[in-house]
Design a protein. Structure first.
Length: 926
């Protein structure tokens, strides 16, 4: 039962004027896609959603060929014949898929609407063909429409054909299904164009006053028996071209009272159990009919209780397109108005339970730049939220919502985020659970990925988004103060790199967008202070240097107009070089490295880059070709590197087959620029261990331990997320998601240092780093071992308050196209473990799994000779928790380390050979 449809999207405010405005902001808790495979041409269509009081959410829709969801995968009943099947999926409050159901047959099926009653029973309405199957024994033998019921566990209960009399010559279309508190279903039907003529009955219930039916409501009992029919007919069609009764909306309250709202273009008749009601008569003076809205209230018994229509006296076209109810029985109407003599715009009306107007508001263009109204919903506080279509700066269609106060006066616009708004075809109403969480469906009809919230990116299909309303926002922008006057001028552009903005009262942070300069921090209520914790090198903070303070009084509040200006310090030459391996140093295989030179200064520079590999490695080649190459060294000359610009050089080298596993190899990159101000950023080195095999999707960190002196010196942690596409086709999009430990790391120092492909990154308000590789087009590993690899490298500094014994954990997640996120190995940096891990010496090469472990972990060394080894388990302070001496055979060998009985936490496992050489691995015990 959808009592209140809160039609909201995350979370990008359009306007920045004013100190603060009340907006219904939310944080995105999770997203669940329903999409087609990347290699298929067919898609997913018209998804709908509902939610119950326990926080479960439901999605229904139509797909061709195959469907991928978090609850499983479906294949079309008759494969690859361009037919369609219906689907339904249930998620619990945490987004876990509970069940997935298919409605299919040899021809096409379509789902048109879904709703759920107070007991959690699910109702779906749709179209079927001969042979449509609902379970192992229920198969329909006709083509038409159906109403079906499933219990909370997804078990099929019944299906009711929506039948009609023999005189029906046209076809029917859906609009919606609504369910009251006890499970009665109210099905709104409508005919295309001029309607379906001479409808006599529906499921054996006679249609009152048969005629040309434009729309109707059929009530079904909880067991699927038709109760009554109410129809709307139009005897003298004269509507404008393209206008029909698609502008009719239905809302049902818990008791079963129905509210039908729509648009009149001619005289219409409501035919109910109590007889005929006439509406939309021509103006008695002019004989003309103007487009205007109407509202009809219908009792649970199917009797028209009340009707109202707007005046027919002015040359103003008004299209009433939405209706919603609040928990007090008030009715809200929304629509669009247009006139040849005045600006177009939106209107809102609130009526009490008796039908008396409480207020009526109009919001005209350009105050509210709407050109088509979508849906209307009411929050639990009684605030209207309206969806509408508008345009972005490139004249693309843009879906937006306007959130109003409780009297319909002030509002704030919220836009659906995404790189290509015109590809978002439409969105469906969203549902709400008892806790006030919202569930919204977004639809994307192109192969281009769309950004929704935390940027889990999916392609053609629909995505269910769960929004939690308990959040407030801090918004603003960061710009390049080119003239250093401390004020943003009309021609001054956004700062072209992401800049971290922090809220210092709590560990909240976000990044500004290089394209717009905007940032949004999702925060809690209470006092706040935001600032730029670390300005980019050679830039000073002018406007906003002192930061901004304020107080967020309630959830849903947004403080805006927080502007920061960054002014360049003139003529500062400085470059930074990084050398990053794409993968592990695998013996006998070429390994690719990326050397990146970045101008982090404020003046254009030129210089020379040199990459020198370890003498053990064999140089293979480079792109672009080096200016000079000798032995394991390659040199490039470069010039005209402008501020903010980067230059990438990919170099390959191979560990020969005769190199012993475990050999440590060191490579480095150096850059020389005249007058460079910071020599520490002019060299970067890579230390690798030669391996026989490795997991290509991994996370590494440059320091597995730090001393207090290194913490005090602001030594940065460099994380590298490496990935390789192991599928059998092309990966078009890769997304890296990493939630950082804000209480351990200074997120204001976060920097993206290097990447294998073009990407953009963002630090969201929940301290989640998201890196997106759009159109990366990674080939499968079987096609190109090197071309299928990629990486991203980022840098962040630990907090100065870390003390010995503390550890900084991290795990990243990698998403290839439409697949579920793939977790990397966990990495940990320990602060001064005095007797814990030792420096690596020549020793056995080995792995430890599973990690984390519960009762045991298996180590798998490759022993150079048979010997007796010592295996020690150390706690976080370096104390031996367990020690054993074991006889090991030469070659591949394995041993189980018992972890049962150990307290959950971080440990180290040390393997020591007879000569004293030892190596260690981190182990997490759960």
């Amino acid at each position: 039962m959808r009592s209140f449809r809160i039609f909201l999207y995350a979370l990008l405010l359009a306007g920045l004027a004013g100190a603060w405005v009340q907006v219904a902001a939310q944080r995105i808790e999770w997203l669940r896609p329903h999409i087609k495979p990347p290699t298929r041409q067919q898609g997913v269509y018209s998804s709908f959603t509902a939610a119950d009081a326990d926080g479960n959410s439901y999605v229904a829709g139509t797909f061709e060929d195959s469907l991928i969801t978090y609850a499983g995968r479906l294949y079309e009943t008759t494969a690859f014949n361009n037919q369609r099947d219906g689907f339904m999926v249930k998620y619990d409050a945490a987004g876990r898929g509970k069940w997935l159901r298919q409605i299919g047959g040899p021809l096409s099926e379509r789902i048109h609407s879904i709703d759920v009653d107070a007991a959690g029973n699910v109702y779906v309405f749709g179209e079927n063909s001969v042979g449509t199957r609902f379970d192992a024994t229920t198969v329909l033998s006709y083509t038409g429409f159906f109403l079906a019921k499933y219990d909370p566990s997804g078990q099929f209960q019944w299906v009711q054909p929506v039948e009609h009399g023999d005189n029906l010559t046209g076809s029917m279309e859906y609009h919606s299904i609504e369910v009251d508190a006890v499970g009665n279903c109210y099905l709104q039907l409508r005919g295309p164009g001029l309607g379906f003529p001479q409808l006599d009955s529906i499921n054996g219930v006679a249609v009152p006053q048969p005629g040309t039916i434009n729309t109707g409501i059929v009530k079904f009992s909880p067991t699927g028996q038709a109760q009554w029919v109410v129809t709307l007919t139009e005897e003298a069609p004269n509507r404008p071209a393209g206008r029909d009764f698609s502008f009719v909306r239905l809302a049902v309250d818990a008791s079963g009272e129905c509210y039908l709202a729509g648009t009149l273009t001619d005289t219409v008749y409501f035919n109910s159990t109590a007889g005929r009601v006439v509406m939309g008569l021509p103006d008695p003076t002019t004989g003309r009919n103007y487009t205007r809205g109407f509202l009809v209230k219908i009792s649970p018994a199917g009797t028209v209780l009340r009707r109202s229509e707007e005046p027919n006296a002015a040359p103003l076209s008004r299209y009433l397109s939405s209706v919603a109810l609040d928990k007090h029985g008030n009715c809200y109407l929304g629509g669009f108005m247009s006139s040849a003599t005045s600006p177009s715009g939106m209107f809102l009306t609130k009526l009490n339970a008796a039908g008396t107007t409480i207020w009526h508001r109009t919001h005209q263009y350009p105050e509210l730049p709407a050109w088509q109204i979508g849906d209307l919903s009411i929050t639990s506080e009684g605030r209207p939220v309206v969806s509408y279509m508008t345009y972005d700066s490139l004249n693309n269609d843009l879906l937006a919502v306007a959130t109003f106060d409780t009297v319909g006066l002030t509002f704030s616009n919220t836009y659906l985020p995404g790189a290509n708004h015109s590809s978002v075809e439409r969105s469906q109403p969203i549902s709400t659970d008892a806790a006030g969480n919202f569930f919204v469906i977004t639809e994307n009809w192109t192969n281009q990925a769309q950004a929704v919230g935390p940027a889990y990116i999916y392609g053609p299909g629909s995505t269910l988004v769960k929004l939690n309303p308990n959040v407030a926002q801090l918004t603003g922008r960061v710009y390049l103060d080119a003239n250093a006057n401390g004020q943003r001028g009309a021609g001054e552009l956004p700062f072209p790199r992401p800049v971290i903005v922090s809220e210092t009262q709590r560990p909240y942070a976000a990044t500004s967008s290089p394209a717009t300069g905007r940032f949004t921090i999702f925060a809690d209520t209470g006092a706040y202070r935001i600032n730029l914790p670390q300005a980019p090198a050679y830039y000073t903070v002018g406007q906003g240097a002192a930061g901004y303070t304020g107080h967020l009084r309630t959830y849903g509040q947004t403080d805006t107009a927080r502007v920061f200006g960054l002014a360049p310090v003139a003529n500062r030459p400085d470059v930074r070089v990084t050398l990053t391996p794409y993968g592990g140093a695998r013996r006998g295989f070429a390994n690719r490295y990326r050397a990146r030179v970045e101008n982090i200064g404020t003046t254009t520079v030129g210089g020379q880059l040199t990459v020198t590999f370890d003498p053990v490695l064999a140089y293979v080649g480079a792109i672009p070709a080096p200016t000079q190459q000798s032995g394991t060294s390659a040199t490039w000359n470069f010039g005209s590197l402008a501020p903010f610009a980067t230059r990438d050089f990919d170099v390959s080298a191979t560990p020969p087959l005769n190199v012993a596993l475990g050999t440590v190899v060191n490579s480095r990159a150096t850059v020389a620029v005249a007058g460079d101000l910071d020599a520490t950023s002019d060299v970067d080195s890579v230390r690798q261990t030669v391996v026989g095999s490795w997991d290509p999707n991994d996370l590494t960190v440059n320091y597995t331990s730090l001393t207090p002196a290194q913490i005090a010196a602001n030594t940065p942690l460099d994380y590298i997320v490496r990935f390789q596409y192991l599928g059998n086709d092309t990966a078009f999009t890769v997304v890296i998601h990493d939630t950082l430990a804000a209480h351990l790391l200074r997120l204001g120092t976060l920097q993206l240092i290097s990447s294998s492909h073009n990407c953009w990154w963002n630090l969201l308000g929940n301290n989640s780093l998201v890196v997106r590789f759009d159109n990366i087009n990674l080939p499968a590993r079987s096609t190109s071992a090197l071309g299928s690899m990629g990486f991203v490298r980022f840098r962040v500094r630990p907090r100065a308050t870390l003390t010995p014994g503390m550890h900084i954990p991290n795990t990243a997640h990698i998403v290839f196209d439409y697949n579920a996120p793939l977790a990397t190995n966990p990495v940990t940096t320990l602060v001064q473990m005095p007797n814990g891990l030792v420096a690596a010496e020549p020793a056995a090469v080995w792995h430890l799994y599973p990690n984390p472990a519960t009762t045991r972990a298996t180590l798998t060394p490759e022993m150079p000779t048979a010997s007796t080894v010592t295996v020690t388990v150390l706690d976080a302070l370096g104390r031996a928790a367990r020690t054993e001496t074991v006889a090991a055979s030469a070659g591949p060998w394995q041993h189980d380390v018992v972890t049962a009985g150990l307290a959950p936490g971080l440990y180290a496992v040390r393997l020591t050979l007879p000569g004293g050489a030892s190596t260690s691995r981190r182990l997490v015990v759960r």
